[in-house]
Ligand binder design. Structure first.
Ligand code: SF4
Length: 216
Protein backbone atom coordinates (compact mmCIF):
# COMPACT_ATOMS: atom_id res chain seq x y z
CA UNK A 1 0.00 0.00 0.00
CA UNK A 2 1.47 3.48 -0.87
CA UNK A 3 2.62 5.60 2.09
CA UNK A 4 -0.04 8.28 1.49
CA UNK A 5 -2.81 5.67 1.56
CA UNK A 6 -1.44 4.16 4.77
CA UNK A 7 -1.31 7.63 6.35
CA UNK A 8 -4.87 8.46 5.44
CA UNK A 9 -6.11 5.07 6.64
CA UNK A 10 -4.44 5.67 9.98
CA UNK A 11 -5.93 9.14 10.14
CA UNK A 12 -9.42 7.88 9.29
CA UNK A 13 -9.26 5.44 12.21
CA UNK A 14 -7.98 8.17 14.53
CA UNK A 15 -10.83 10.44 13.42
CA UNK A 16 -13.33 7.65 14.08
CA UNK A 17 -11.90 7.06 17.58
CA UNK A 18 -11.78 10.74 18.55
CA UNK A 19 -15.31 11.39 17.31
CA UNK A 20 -16.54 8.31 19.15
CA UNK A 21 -15.28 9.89 22.37
CA UNK A 22 -16.86 13.21 21.48
CA UNK A 23 -20.25 11.99 20.26
CA UNK A 24 -20.87 8.53 21.67
CA UNK A 25 -24.61 8.83 21.11
CA UNK A 26 -24.61 10.36 17.62
CA UNK A 27 -27.56 9.25 15.56
CA UNK A 28 -29.73 10.24 12.65
CA UNK A 29 -31.46 13.59 13.26
CA UNK A 30 -34.55 12.67 11.24
CA UNK A 31 -37.37 11.78 13.63
CA UNK A 32 -38.95 8.42 12.75
CA UNK A 33 -40.49 5.38 14.35
CA UNK A 34 -40.35 2.87 11.50
CA UNK A 35 -38.11 2.13 8.49
CA UNK A 36 -40.90 3.48 6.29
CA UNK A 37 -41.02 6.81 8.13
CA UNK A 38 -37.25 7.10 7.87
CA UNK A 39 -37.38 6.35 4.16
CA UNK A 40 -39.93 9.10 3.52
CA UNK A 41 -38.11 11.57 5.79
CA UNK A 42 -34.85 10.90 3.96
CA UNK A 43 -36.45 11.47 0.56
CA UNK A 44 -37.84 14.77 1.90
CA UNK A 45 -34.45 15.80 3.30
CA UNK A 46 -32.90 16.37 -0.14
CA UNK A 47 -31.95 20.07 -0.31
CA UNK A 48 -33.74 20.68 3.00
CA UNK A 49 -32.76 20.88 6.67
CA UNK A 50 -33.56 18.00 9.00
CA UNK A 51 -35.39 20.46 11.28
CA UNK A 52 -37.78 21.44 8.50
CA UNK A 53 -38.34 17.80 7.53
CA UNK A 54 -39.15 16.93 11.15
CA UNK A 55 -41.78 19.68 11.29
CA UNK A 56 -43.41 18.38 8.10
CA UNK A 57 -43.29 14.67 8.97
CA UNK A 58 -44.68 15.26 12.47
CA UNK A 59 -47.97 16.19 10.83
CA UNK A 60 -47.68 13.87 7.84
CA UNK A 61 -47.11 10.66 9.81
CA UNK A 62 -50.04 11.23 12.17
CA UNK A 63 -52.37 10.33 9.31
CA UNK A 64 -50.16 8.58 6.79
CA UNK A 65 -47.60 6.33 8.42
CA UNK A 66 -47.83 3.34 6.06
CA UNK A 67 -47.10 2.94 2.34
CA UNK A 68 -50.76 2.07 1.65
CA UNK A 69 -52.05 5.16 3.47
CA UNK A 70 -49.58 7.52 1.79
CA UNK A 71 -50.07 5.97 -1.66
CA UNK A 72 -53.77 6.80 -1.41
CA UNK A 73 -53.17 10.54 -0.86
CA UNK A 74 -53.91 12.52 -4.04
CA UNK A 75 -50.72 14.03 -5.47
CA UNK A 76 -52.01 17.60 -5.18
CA UNK A 77 -52.73 17.13 -1.48
CA UNK A 78 -49.36 15.48 -0.92
CA UNK A 79 -47.63 18.40 -2.64
CA UNK A 80 -49.30 20.82 -0.22
CA UNK A 81 -48.34 18.74 2.80
CA UNK A 82 -44.64 18.64 1.89
CA UNK A 83 -44.38 21.98 0.06
CA UNK A 84 -42.12 23.66 2.61
CA UNK A 85 -39.35 21.06 2.10
CA UNK A 86 -38.69 22.39 -1.42
CA UNK A 87 -38.70 20.57 -4.77
CA UNK A 88 -42.10 19.39 -3.60
CA UNK A 89 -43.55 18.37 -6.99
CA UNK A 90 -40.68 16.03 -7.67
CA UNK A 91 -40.65 14.73 -4.11
CA UNK A 92 -44.44 14.17 -4.08
CA UNK A 93 -44.29 12.19 -7.32
CA UNK A 94 -41.38 10.08 -6.09
CA UNK A 95 -43.01 9.43 -2.72
CA UNK A 96 -46.28 8.44 -4.37
CA UNK A 97 -44.61 6.07 -6.83
CA UNK A 98 -42.35 4.69 -4.11
CA UNK A 99 -45.35 3.90 -1.88
CA UNK A 100 -47.25 2.29 -4.76
CA UNK A 101 -44.26 0.08 -5.47
CA UNK A 102 -43.80 -0.83 -1.80
CA UNK A 103 -47.42 -1.96 -1.69
CA UNK A 104 -47.47 -3.79 -5.02
CA UNK A 105 -44.02 -5.42 -4.93
CA UNK A 106 -42.92 -5.57 -1.29
CA UNK A 107 -46.09 -6.34 0.63
CA UNK A 108 -46.17 -2.83 2.10
CA UNK A 109 -42.78 -3.26 3.79
CA UNK A 110 -39.48 -1.46 3.25
CA UNK A 111 -36.97 -4.00 1.93
CA UNK A 112 -33.74 -4.39 3.87
CA UNK A 113 -31.53 -4.88 0.79
CA UNK A 114 -29.57 -2.22 -1.04
CA UNK A 115 -30.41 -3.60 -4.48
CA UNK A 116 -34.15 -3.51 -3.77
CA UNK A 117 -34.05 -0.08 -2.16
CA UNK A 118 -32.23 1.68 -4.99
CA UNK A 119 -34.90 0.47 -7.41
CA UNK A 120 -37.58 2.41 -5.55
CA UNK A 121 -38.50 5.79 -7.08
CA UNK A 122 -36.66 8.67 -5.41
CA UNK A 123 -34.22 6.39 -3.62
CA UNK A 124 -30.53 6.66 -4.43
CA UNK A 125 -27.55 5.07 -2.79
CA UNK A 126 -27.38 7.71 -0.05
CA UNK A 127 -31.01 7.25 0.98
CA UNK A 128 -30.63 3.48 0.86
CA UNK A 129 -27.54 3.65 3.10
CA UNK A 130 -29.39 5.88 5.58
CA UNK A 131 -32.33 3.47 5.80
CA UNK A 132 -30.21 0.33 5.99
CA UNK A 133 -27.78 1.77 8.52
CA UNK A 134 -30.18 3.59 10.81
CA UNK A 135 -33.39 1.54 10.58
CA UNK A 136 -31.89 -1.93 10.12
CA UNK A 137 -28.33 -1.48 11.47
CA UNK A 138 -26.98 -2.98 8.23
CA UNK A 139 -23.65 -1.41 7.23
CA UNK A 140 -24.15 -1.27 3.48
CA UNK A 141 -21.92 1.75 2.97
CA UNK A 142 -21.07 5.18 4.34
CA UNK A 143 -23.70 7.92 4.05
CA UNK A 144 -22.11 10.86 2.23
CA UNK A 145 -23.97 14.15 2.58
CA UNK A 146 -22.74 17.73 2.39
CA UNK A 147 -21.10 17.55 5.86
CA UNK A 148 -19.36 14.25 5.20
CA UNK A 149 -18.11 15.62 1.88
CA UNK A 150 -16.71 18.81 3.41
CA UNK A 151 -15.08 17.15 6.41
CA UNK A 152 -13.61 14.28 4.40
CA UNK A 153 -11.90 16.80 2.12
CA UNK A 154 -10.62 18.97 4.97
CA UNK A 155 -9.37 15.95 6.87
CA UNK A 156 -7.60 14.59 3.80
CA UNK A 157 -9.63 11.37 3.75
CA UNK A 158 -10.49 11.92 0.10
CA UNK A 159 -9.52 14.11 -2.81
CA UNK A 160 -12.88 13.75 -4.50
CA UNK A 161 -16.05 15.82 -4.42
CA UNK A 162 -18.22 13.14 -5.96
CA UNK A 163 -20.25 11.28 -3.31
CA UNK A 164 -19.73 7.83 -4.83
CA UNK A 165 -15.95 8.28 -4.93
CA UNK A 166 -15.86 9.71 -1.40
CA UNK A 167 -17.85 6.75 -0.14
CA UNK A 168 -15.46 4.36 -1.86
CA UNK A 169 -12.47 6.11 -0.20
CA UNK A 170 -14.07 6.00 3.27
CA UNK A 171 -15.07 2.36 2.90
CA UNK A 172 -11.47 1.50 2.05
CA UNK A 173 -10.13 3.30 5.12
CA UNK A 174 -12.58 2.22 7.80
CA UNK A 175 -13.59 -1.14 9.21
CA UNK A 176 -17.16 -2.03 8.27
CA UNK A 177 -18.41 -1.87 11.85
CA UNK A 178 -17.55 1.85 11.86
CA UNK A 179 -19.39 2.81 8.67
CA UNK A 180 -22.80 3.67 10.16
CA UNK A 181 -21.74 5.63 13.23
CA UNK A 182 -18.75 7.31 11.54
CA UNK A 183 -21.12 9.05 9.17
CA UNK A 184 -23.51 10.18 11.95
CA UNK A 185 -20.58 11.51 13.97
CA UNK A 186 -19.01 13.35 11.04
CA UNK A 187 -22.38 15.00 10.37
CA UNK A 188 -22.72 16.04 14.02
CA UNK A 189 -19.18 17.42 14.01
CA UNK A 190 -19.86 19.30 10.78
CA UNK A 191 -22.93 20.95 12.29
CA UNK A 192 -21.34 21.86 15.60
CA UNK A 193 -17.63 22.51 14.97
CA UNK A 194 -16.32 22.04 11.43
CA UNK A 195 -18.87 24.41 9.95
CA UNK A 196 -18.93 25.26 6.27
CA UNK A 197 -18.04 28.95 6.57
CA UNK A 198 -16.11 29.23 9.80
CA UNK A 199 -14.72 25.98 11.13
CA UNK A 200 -13.97 26.24 14.86
CA UNK A 201 -10.51 24.68 14.59
CA UNK A 202 -9.40 26.12 17.94
CA UNK A 203 -11.97 24.04 19.79
CA UNK A 204 -11.86 20.97 17.55
CA UNK A 205 -10.98 17.57 18.96
CA UNK A 206 -9.43 16.65 15.59
CA UNK A 207 -7.11 19.64 15.26
CA UNK A 208 -3.97 17.72 16.19
CA UNK A 209 -4.36 15.32 13.28
CA UNK A 210 -6.26 17.49 10.76
CA UNK A 211 -4.33 18.83 7.73
CA UNK A 212 -7.15 21.42 7.26
CA UNK A 213 -7.12 21.09 3.52
CA UNK A 214 -8.82 24.06 1.87
CA UNK A 215 -9.33 25.89 5.21
CA UNK A 216 -8.06 29.48 5.21
S1 SF4 B 1 -9.36 21.12 12.73
FE1 SF4 B 1 -10.69 22.58 11.67
S2 SF4 B 1 -10.83 21.85 9.56
FE2 SF4 B 1 -10.07 20.15 10.82
S3 SF4 B 1 -11.90 19.00 11.39
FE3 SF4 B 1 -11.48 20.44 13.04
S4 SF4 B 1 -12.72 22.24 12.57
FE4 SF4 B 1 -12.58 21.00 10.69
Amino acid sequence: MPAAATRSKKRARQVAELLKGEYPEAECALVHETPFELLIATILSAQCTDERVNIVTKELFVKYSTPAALAAVPIGRLEKLIQSTGFFRNKARNIHECCVKLVSEHGGKVPAELEELVHLPGVGRKTANVVLGTAFRIASGVVVDTHVTRLSLRLGLTEHEDAVKIERDLIEQLPQEEWIDFSHRLIWHGRRVCKARKPLCGSCVLERICPKIGVE
